[in-house]
Design a protein around this ligand. Structure first.
Ligand code: SF4
Length: 376
C-alpha cells in the first residue's frame, strides 16, 4: 500500500531539530542598551580617574539620553569639584597671524585670505600690562597664544615668552602659553620660567584630523603633549567642535585625551567660530546639544580635569552656559578678546555669576575633593 506522505516524514530517521530562531534585532539592541547602561552606571559612580577607557565605553557614555547624561555628569562633578566655582581665564594673542600651518578653521594662517593683519610679537611689558588688567578684573589664569608652527630657531622669542611667564607668575596668576609644537628642551626652559600649563589641542579625532590639518600630524601633537608632561608642566588639551566632524569623532577626541598616560589638567571645548576666507568659513553652527554632550561625557571620562568653555561662548545664551556649568564645565575665557574672536567681557560674566550663584575659582586652588562614599 502506498501512502502519500510529506517529505519530512518519509524516513524513519528523526528529523534534526529545527534551527534556533535567529535572535530578533530588537533583542540584540536591548542587550546592547543594557550593556551601555551598565558601563554608564559604573563610570558615573567613579571615585578616581582612570585612563584605560575603550572607545566603546566612551561611546556608551556619549550616546546616553542627553538629560540623563547631563544629570549623572552633574552628580559626578559634585564629587570631584566645588560646583559653584568657575575659573576665569583671559587669553591674549602675543603674536598675531602669519602662521605657516593650514588649520582649516584658523584666521591666522597665511594660506587663507581672512583680512587679518599679521603683527610682530608683543613687547613683554605690554603683555604684563594686559595680565595686570585681567587680574584686576578677576581672572586668575592668564594664557598667551602665539601663531607659530613650532619654536624651532626662535631663541629670542622664547626668551621673551619666559619673561612674560615669570611676570605673570609674579602677579600670583597661573600662566599658560600656546606656541605650537615644542621639544623637550624648550618645555624644560618654560618649566624653569615658572609655566603652569601648556595648551596644545588635539582638536578632533585621529580619524577626522587629516580633513582639518595637513601640515602636522596627530602624533606630532601628542609628542608635544608628552614633552610638556615630561617637563612637569600641566597639560591643557581639548577640541574644536563644528568642523564638519561626526558624533563618532567626538567620541574619538574624548577617547584620545582620556587615555593619555595622565589626564590633561585642562580640557578646553571650543565651538567653531566660522571665519570668512577659511575653508570652514561657511560651516553650519554647532548644535548646542552636541556641545553639552561633549562636556558631560568629558566630565565623566576626565573627572578631575578642569573643563573650559572656550571659543564660541559668545553665541551661547546664559541659560545654555548654565546647563554647561551644571554638566561639569568649570572654567571660561573672559575679557575683551579671545585670540582674534569676540569674547564675553568681565562685567557681563560677573553679572552672570551673580545671577546663577557662581563664584570665581582662586588660582592654583583646584584640588581634588575627598571622594565620598558612593551608594551601590
Ligand atoms: S598652528 Fe595655530 S595659529 Fe597656526 S594656523 Fe594652526 S591654529 Fe592657526
Amino acid at each position: 500500500m502506498s501512502t502519500v506522505v510529506d517529505n519530512n516524514s518519509i524516513t524513519n530517521t528523526p528529523s534534526p531539530p529545527p534551527p534556533a530562531p535567529a535572535r530578533a534585532p530588537a533583542s540584540v539592541e536591548a542587550d546592547r542598551e543594557a550593556n551601555a547602561r551598565e558601563i554608564f552606571k559604573k563610570a558615573a559612580a567613579a571615585t578616581a580617574p582612570r585612563n584605560n577607557w575603550t572607545k566603546e565605553e566612551i561611546a556608551a557614555i556619549y550616546y546616553q539620553p542627553l538629560m540623563e547624561l547631563a544629570y549623572q555628569a552633574s552628580t559626578l562633578h559634585r564629587r570631584f569639584h566645588d560646583p559653584k566655582e568657575v575659573q576665569l581665564c583671559t587669553l591674549m594673542n602675543i603674536k598675531t597671524g602669519g602662521c605657516s600651518e593650514d588649520c582649516s578653521y584658523c584666521a591666522q594662517s597665511t594660506r587663507y585670505q581672512t583680512g587679518l593683519k599679521a603683527q610682530r610679537m608683543e613687547p613683554v611689558e605690554a603683555v604684563l600690562e594686559q595680565a595686570r588688567a585681567a587680574k584686576e578684573n578677576g581672572s586668575t589664569r592668564f594664557c598667551m597664544g602665539a601663531a607659530w608652527r613650532d619654536m624651532r630657531g626662535r631663541k629670542n622669542a622664547l626668551k621673551n615668552v619666559k619673561a612674560m611667564v615669570s611676570g605673570v607668575r609674579e602677579l600670583g596668576m597661573e600662566a599658560c602659553v600656546t606656541l605650537g609644537m615644542i621639544d623637550g628642551a624648550q618645555a624644560q626652559e618654560l618649566k624653569e620660567a615658572g609655566l603652569t600649563a601648556y595648551n596644545h589641542n588635539v582638536d578632533t579625532s585621529r580619524e577626522f584630523y587629516p580633513s582639518v590639518i595637513s601640515t602636522r600630524t596627530y602624533d606630532e601633537r601628542l609628542q608635544t603633549l608628552s614633552h610638556v608632561r615630561d617637563a612637569g608642566i600641566n597639560v591643557c588639551s581639548g577640541g574644536i567642535l563644528g568642523l564638519g566632524e561626526k558624533s563618532q569623532d567626538h567620541v574619538g577626541l574624548l577617547h584620545t585625551v582620556s587615555t593619555l598616560p595622565k589626564h590633561p589638567e585642562s580640557f578646553p571645548v571650543n565651538a567653531l567660530v566660522p571665519i570668512p576666507g577659511t575653508p570652514m568659513g561657511n560651516n553650519k553652527p554647532l548644535e548646542f546639544s552636541s556641545m553639552l554632550r561633549v562636556i558631560a561625557t568629558a566630565r565623566i571620562a576626565l573627572p578631575d580635569t578642569i573643563i573650559r568653555i572656550a571659543a564660541g561662548r559668545k553665541t551661547m545664551s546664559e541659560e545654555k552656559q548654565a546647563l554647561c556649568f551644571m554638566a561639569g564645565a568649570n572654567a571660561i575665557f573672559t575679557g575683551e578678546k579671545m585670540l582674534t574672536t569676540e569674547c564675553n567681557g568681565w562685567d557681563e560674566d560677573g553679572r552672570m555669576f551673580d545671577r546663577w550663584g557662581l563664584a570665581p575659582m582662586k588660582s592654583f586652588d583646584k584640588s581634588p575633593r575627598p571622594a565620598p562614599e558612593v551608594e551601590a
